[in-house]
Ligand binder design. Structure first.
Ligand SMILES: Cc1cc2nc3c(=O)[nH]c(=O)nc-3n(C[C@H](O)[C@H](O)[C@H](O)COP(=O)(O)O)c2cc1C
Length: 320
């Protein structure tokens, strides 16, 4: 079985609620060159307003140069079917079902990771959506709800229900983000299913990517926090940018990234304070030991003027 795209080993931008919004996805596509991007999850309840904004999202992104996958999260098959239908009608070519979110209402009588506890519900949801999606239908899973072996018992369901590919973040829902992503589980899933498996979790460097590729032989990789920290990671992994760079280059890249984001956030969000908060949310995921002090200072900036002055100082501090 093959992925729906020609690319032999696609690198995908993970869905991240609050981070990979339309502006972020546009900057990533234009500047960092992932092969596929995912929307943040679109929470589904009958007639929900989020769905309407999701439809806007899909339309706005139809000019993206790479495929965009629309992610849905929910529990009731009829609601998810309605959402899938609306998304396809708005131009979505690819739909993904979230079977992994470990937070809040998602796990109390709801979708996301909570669905992993109920294989009948998963069957019902996939049966309802599959006929409505002419493009690819994928699932994004944790390794299990509380036991990392649970995913193995679901693999036949995904094949039977004609899922096209599977993205695995090998932590349990109960684990949330604690511990490490255990890619030995990914390797086992790759061996046990004919479906293409995309490996996701804790890939922050070219070395991590090579280790996961070697260990698991996945069909592609999905990058989340690592791509926010270092958007050039897509190019580094695919050999289009240096694998490792010095702090001065990183500082210059971070500055460029935040300015590109600012241009779009200034239009998308209302008021300087909201824009600043959104830029700081990005900074909080950037990990460069040598820039740590400057990055922490940026998190304390009270307004956009001092934020951008701090950004310039960060670049100067490592280029002097
Ligand atoms: C702030 C944040 C928001 C997230 N939102 C979503 C989401 O909307 N849908 C989803 O499937 N996963 C979501 N995730 C999980 C990521 O897509 C990814 O599976 C996880 O972070 C592990 O990959 P990483 O180590 O590369 O970040 C989110 C993660 C973070 C940190």
């Amino acid at each position: 079985m093959a992925l729906p795209w020609d690319n032999t080993f696609p690198l995908m931008l993970a869905p991240m609620q609050g981070l990979t919004n339309r502006a972020m996805r546009a900057v990533m596509v234009e500047w960092a060159a992932p092969d596929v991007v995912f929307t943040e999850f679109v929470r589904v309840r009958a007639g929900s307003r989020r769905l309407i904004s999701a439809v806007d999202t899909i339309e706005a992104a139809s000019s993206f140069a790479v495929p965009q996958v629309v992610q849905l999260i929910g529990r009731k098959p009829s609601d998810l079917a309605g959402a899938a239908k609306a998304a396809v009608a708005a131009g979505a070519g690819h739909i993904n079902l979230n079977l992994g979110c470990p937070f809040g209402r998602m796990t109390v009588n709801s979708g996301g990771g909570a669905l992993l506890r109920d294989s009948d519900e998963i069957k019902a949801v996939l049966a309802a959506i599959r006929p409505l999606v002419p493009g690819s239908l994928s699932v994004k899973c944790r390794a299990g709800f509380s036991d990392p072996g649970e995913i193995l018992s679901l693999l036949d369901i995904f094949v039977d229900r004609q899922v096209d590919f599977l993205i695995l973040h090998p932590r349990t829902v109960a684990q949330k983000y604690k511990g490490d992503a255990d890619h030995r589980i990914t390797a086992r899933v790759v061996r046990e299913t004919p479906l293409p498996v995309i490996a996701n979790g804790d890939i922050r460097t070219v070395e991590d990517a090579e280790r996961v590729r070697e260990l698991c032989n996945p069909a592609g990789l999905m990058l989340g926090r690592g791509a926010i920290s270092d958007p050039m990671l897509f190019k580094r992994i695919s050999g289009r940018a240096a694998a490792v760079v010095d702090p001065a280059t990183r500082a210059a890249e971070i500055s460029c990234f935040l300015r590109l984001l600012y241009d779009k956030y200034a239009v998308m969000f209302s008021g300087d304070q909201q824009v600043l908060t959104k830029l700081k949310a990005v900074i909080s995921y950037i990990r460069v030991a040598e820039l740590d002090r400057s990055l922490r200072k940026l998190l304390r900036a009270g307004n956009l003027t001092s934020f951008f002055a701090g950004l310039d100082n960060m670049v100067l501090s490592v280029t002097r």
